[in-house]
Structure formats: structure tokens, C-alpha cells
Design a protein around this ligand. Structure first.
Ligand code: FNR
Length: 371
């Protein structure tokens, strides 16, 4: 308390010890417009706050006198072995955080041996990311009104060795992010689309993000279109953005390969539920038939442990990766992933779980259990 900001900053420069210190470094490193773009959520940001706070209402039931001298955090996701049940969520425009953009993030994911999901709205091309390193990568897809553009992106991802398509289904339009409107945040040239769509921007007119999105996104996309997507690719298709048992059951009916419980980092519909509060509802509906992945508000190893106990096969992390990238480039992303992995390992040891499979429902108590 009372320490000058400057000396606190130097301490953090030396060694951020958790995700929130990385966030603070990112805030200091980035222009306000970009930091707000990354950190912000929709409208009153009620869901943004809840995504993190809902984790704080879940407690861990540790078991004791179990031999925890060896802990193994490794797991298998969609048939691929990874260091930990942690994946990199698709987030847009990494070059606004660091000049090396998604290539730096991809290298860090390869070094850490975790799966990266590349955003459709990346600032490095699919080909640049694919040739930068060897790692298991999935490709996140938006469906455009001009379907041939989305189909072309799927083909490029497949040709470049991506292993799955993650279709984001919570974005028929862009959510209202008021910081971006105030800051006149603009969409930069997205290199993947060069020659395909106009990404011309007029900086004098204020933020163009919503107008750009509603110009290109196909708001008529619906369940029957999963069939279309499956017909144009041999890759497994996962859907990202499911928050209810009803939609989980529809997803099973149309034959997706996996579900991601996500509210888009609270950037779309404010007052959608925090993701951790609906994870179990989806898991129960799915009955283990396909993998259920999870994202939203994961900032600690204990959060990962809680999501796994409630039935997620793995978690994806969005903003923490960007904060690592903005603060320290590729090294920062590696540190964030390894920090979360180490925190998970410690949580497992202190809870009596030697492997990821040992983490089960009886290791947590939620608000529902306490009524
Ligand atoms: C996102 N997210 C996202 N999702 C997606 O499917 N395609 C995208 O291009 C983006 N872009 C994007 C940009 C930024 C700046 C953020 C913060 C998020 C959502 C993302 O995949 C994920 O659902 C959330 O980020 C998870 O929440 P946390 O980990 O950020 O709390």
C-alpha cells in the first residue's frame, strides 16, 4: 500500500506472478483503445463481471491422505494429447497486442503443447500461422452472407493442417461494446480476407466494428446449416456458444463433434448467464456423447479445476493469452499458459487428485448444492 506505481510496475516487469498482474502490465503497455477492445464486454458488462464472480461462489472439497507425490495434468482433447486441459480460445486481431500477432501466440502454444484455436478474424494469415511452427490447431469460423468466403477459409484451414472447425454460433450480430463506440475503435485490415471483401475504414466516422460485422455476417444461419458445413469439410465440426440444455440437445441431433459452452467472453448478450453457472446443465444434457469444452472467466488453476469437476473436458482461455502477448510477446503467452498449468497442478495436489480423470463432481460444491 502506498508504494509508487512506478516501483510496483518494475516488480511486475521482473516477474508477474498471476494472470491479473499480466492484465495490469497489458493495460500499461497498450493504447487505451486496444486495451479496452480486449478487456471490455457488452453493454453494462454485468455478464463480464459474473463470468469471473460466479467462480468465486464455487468451493473445492479437497480430499486428504492420498498419495499426491506425482501429479499428471496431461489429457486428451478430441483425440490429441496435450500438456494440460487448457486451450487457447480464438480471439481477434493479435497484432493490436503485439507486432508478431498470432504467429507469436501459435509458437507459444506449440512450445507449451496446448491446442490453439485460430480466430477467423486473425491479423496473420492462416498460412503464416500454419508455417510458423508445428502444433495442433483448430480453426474458428464465422459464416458470412457470402458463403463462398467462409467455404474458402475452411478449405484453406484444412489444406494447412488445421484439425477441426469451431463454428461460433453466438454472433448473428456483434454485441454492443460501448468502450469501442466511445474510443472509435476501427477494424484494421484483416489479411486473411485481402482481395475478398472490402476492409476499407473511415476513421472519422467513429467505430466501424458493428457496421462491418452486420455487413458481412449471415444472421440467417441456423441448425440446418450445420449440414452444409459438414458437407464442405472432412474435419470435425464443433459449435461454440451453447448456453442451454435445449441447444445442447439440438447440437447432438445435428451431429456436431463437440460443444463449447461459451458466452463469447461476455461480449455479445449482456445478462446471458455466466458460463460456469450453466456448464453442468449442458454436461448433463450431453450425457458424455461428445466432448464439452468451456470458456469464460478462467483466470486461475482453481477455475480450471472447478470447470473440470463440473464436467468440462478442457477450458479455453481468451483474455489471459492476450494480456501475456501484450506484456511480453511469445514469452508472455508461454508464461500465462505455464502459470495456469502449474496452478492447476497445485490445486490437484491439494485436493487429492493425481490425474485429470480423478477430478470429479464431488470435488466441488456449488450454490445449487447448498440450497
Ligand atoms: C473474443 N472471442 C472470440 N470468439 C470467437 O469465436 N471469434 C473471435 O474472433 C473472438 N474474438 C475475441 C476477441 C476478444 C478481444 C475477446 C476477449 C474474445 C471470444 C473468445 O473466444 C472466448 O470465448 C472468450 O475470450 C473467453 O473468455 P475469457 O477467457 O476472455 O474470459
Amino acid at each position: 500500500i502506498g508504494k509508487p506505481v512506478f516501483s510496483r510496475l518494475i516488480e511486475m516487469e521482473a516477474e508477474p506472478v498471476n494472470v491479473s498482474e499480466f492484465q495490469e502490465l497489458a493495460r500499461l503497455a497498450l493504447p487505451k483503445m486496444f486495451y479496452d477492445f480486449y478487456a471490455g464486454g457488452a453493454e453494462d458488462q454485468h455478464t463480464l463481471e459474473e463470468n469471473v464472480k460466479a467462480f468465486q461462489r464455487i468451493f473445492i472439497r479437497p480430499r486428504v491422505l492420498i498419495d499426491v507425490s506425482r501429479i499428471d495434468t496431461s489429457t486428451t482433447i478430441m483425440g490429441y494429447n496435450t500438456l494440460a486441459p487448457i486451450m487457447i480460445a480464438p480471439t481477434a486481431m493479435h497484432k493490436l497486442a503485439h507486432p508478431e500477432g498470432e504467429v507469436a501466440t501459435a509458437r507459444a502454444s506449440a512450445n507449451a503443447n496446448v491446442i490453439m484455436v485460430l480466430s477467423f478474424n486473425s491479423t496473420c494469415t492462416i498460412e503464416e500461422v500454419a508455417s510458423s511452427c508445428n502444433a495442433v490447431r483448430f480453426f474458428q469460423l464465422y459464416v458470412y452472407k457470402r458463403r463462398e468466403i467462409s467455404a474458402f477459409m475452411v478449405q484453406r484451414a484444412e489444406r494447412n493442417g488445421f484439425k477441426a472447425i469451431v463454428l461460433t454460433v453466438d454472433t448473428p450480430r456483434l454485441g454492443r461494446r460501448e468502450a469501442d463506440i466511445k474510443n472509435k475503435m476501427i477494424s484494421p485490415q484483416l489479411k486473411n480476407f485481402e482481395g475478398l471483401i472490402s476492409t476499407e475504414v473511415d476513421t472519422d466516422k467513429g467505430s466501424n466494428l458493428q457496421a462491418f460485422a452486420s455487413g458481412v455476417l449471415d444472421a440467417s444461419l441456423c441448425w440446418k446449416d450445420i449440414g452444409w458445413l459438414k458437407s464442405i469439410t472432412s474435419l470435425p465440426v464443433l459449435i461454440k456458444g451453447v448456453l442451454t440444455r435445449e441447444d445442447a440437445l439440438r447440437a447432438l441431433e445435428v451431429g456436431v463433434a463437440g460443444i463449447i459452452v461459451s458466452n463469447h467472453g461476455a461480449r455479445q448478450l449482456d445478462y446471458s448467464p455466466s458460463t460456469i453457472s450453466v456448464l453442468e446443465e449442458v454436461v448433463v444434457a450431453v450425457q458424455g456423447k461428445i466432448p464439452v469444452l468451456f470458456d469464460g472467466g478462467v483466470r486461475r488453476g482453481t477455475d480450471i479445476f472447478k470447470a473440470l469437476a463440473l464436467g468440462a473436458q478442457a477450458v479455453m482461455i481468451g483474455r489471459p493469452v492476450i494480456y501475456g502477448l501484450a506484456a511480453k510477446g511469445e514469452h508472455g503467452v508461454s508464461r500465462v499458459i505455464n502459470m495456469l498449468k502449474d496452478e492447476l497442478e497445485l490445486t490437484m495436489a491439494l485436493s487429492g487428485c493425481c490425474t485429470v480423470k480423478d477430478i470429479c463432481r464431488s470435488h466441488v460444491t456449488t450454490e445449487i448444492d447448498r440450497v
